[in-house]
Write a protein that binds this ligand. Structure first.
Ligand code: PLP
Length: 384
């Protein structure tokens, strides 16, 4: 192997977007192909096999290749949103198929499973993220077809042992899909721990600037199931627009530096508030006090991510008041952007939410850490 053929680190892969240079112009940023259709050859074949943008477009190539390389997969597809990516997986199942998913997970997807998923004839069991015995009890050989994981999971950042659950799923003949939105491939590569498919809301860290809605699926290897997912992608039509794809690729170039900074800021904030007299609990997998810390250490490297939750002393009213007093932290949903956000989660999820009313979810951005701590301290003081 020549020195140049050595495998590049994720920081290099993302910063250089695999180092592709446009052949026609030598531009180091890629061209964008808005064309929805491609001229056919006289022998009825298609140049490069491309016919129509719902099925394929050259703008996708580099963004897919970068994400595929970061996740260590064999193929990556981009979707119009994270939900569209997740739904494409559910649509690849058959009526009667059984799915095991976490009790606490991305709320909109859990709601979709219980509504459209059930109407499509799927059956679901929801288990305790961190309890391997609970997964074991519900993953049933010959019955379970899909095991859905999210780790760290919204919004208490519980950790699921991917390798342990993947082992149970493999033994039962089920596919394992991991929502890797929060960890990003910079911190965790689920395929390395036995996942079959990795899903992202690329709206979040991958793009990183709160200005693109996008989703992705990366498969470890080709399979009949993956081909059904691909059919959902191209025929179902929830594909990513080419302009969004181009922006996503630009966003991914700074992924490593953003994730590194957000993780460092989140760790510092978690430590600052861990034993704070006004704070009931800090939920962050980087803290030794977090029940999932040991597994997080095993399957996350380079940090524990930019997401954490604070449970404030004084109940819901104090929590809402505290978040109203924040200035730098913006009161908004979503996560993974360069700017810090704070959200009162239980009122977003509604009356059936399992989230405690005193919990605030923080998406920590890349600002100066002292400024962020100061904003939270000031808001705590003003909300007394
Ligand atoms: C946002 C999010 C989703 C849904 O993605 P969209 O891009 O909003 O459709 C799924 N999972 C997690 C963990 C998310 O944060």
């Amino acid at each position: 192997m020549s020195d140049h053929a050595k495998k590049q680190s994720p920081a290099t892969v993302s910063a250089q977007a695999l180092g592709w240079v446009d052949e026609a112009t030598k531009s180091v940023t890629p061209p964008l192909y808005p064309s929805t259709t491609f001229e056919r050859n006289t022998d009825l074949s298609y140049h490069d096999g491309r016919c129509y943008t719902r099925a394929d477009n050259p703008t996708y190539d580099q963004a897919c290749a970068v994400l595929n390389e970061l996740e260590g997969g064999s193929e990556t597809r981009l979707f119009a949103s994270g939900m569209a990516a997740a739904v494409a997986v559910l649509h690849a199942l058959n009526p009667g198929d059984h799915v095991v998913a976490p009790k606490v997970m991305y709320w909109a997807l859990r709601s979709f499973m219980l509504d459209s998923g059930v109407r499509a004839g799927l059956s679901f069991d929801f288990v305790d993220n961190a309890d391997i015995a609970d997964w074991d009890n519900h993953i049933v050989a010959g019955k379970t077809k899909l095991v859905w994981l999210e780790t760290p999971a919204n919004p208490d950042w519980q950790i699921t042992d991917i390798a342990a659950v993947a082992k149970l799923a493999k033994a039962a003949g089920a596919f394992v899909v991991v929502d890797n939105t929060v960890a990003t491939p910079l911190l965790t590569r689920p395929i390395d721990f036995g996942a079959d498919i990795v899903m992202h809301s690329a709206t979040k860290y991958l793009n990183g600037h709160s200005d693109v809605l996008a989703g992705s699926l990366t498969t470890a290897k080709d399979s009949e199931f993956w081909q059904r997912v691909c059919k959902q992608h191209a025929s179902g039509g929830a594909v990513l627009g080419v302009f969004e794809t181009w922006l996503l690729l630009r966003g991914m170039r700074t992924l490593s530096i953003r994730v590194e900074r957000a993780s460092a800021n989140a760790m510092a904030i978690a430590k600052h508030f861990e034993n704070h007299p006004e704070i009931e609990q800090v939920q962050y997998p980087g803290l030794e006090s977090h029940v999932g810390h040991d597994i997080a250490k095993k399957q996350m490297s380079g940090g524990f991510g930019g997401m954490l939750s604070l449970r404030v002393k004084g109940g819901e009213k104090r929590a809402v008041d505290f978040h109203n007093q924040c200035k730098l932290f913006k009161r908004a949903t979503s996560l993974g952007g360069v700017e810090s956000l704070i959200e009162h989660r239980s009122s977003v999820e509604g009356p059936t939410s399992p989230v405690p009313a005193d919990l605030l979810r923080l998406s920590v951005g890349i600002e100066d850490c002292d400024d962020l701590v100061n904003d939270l301290e000031t808001a705590l003081r003003l909300s007394k």
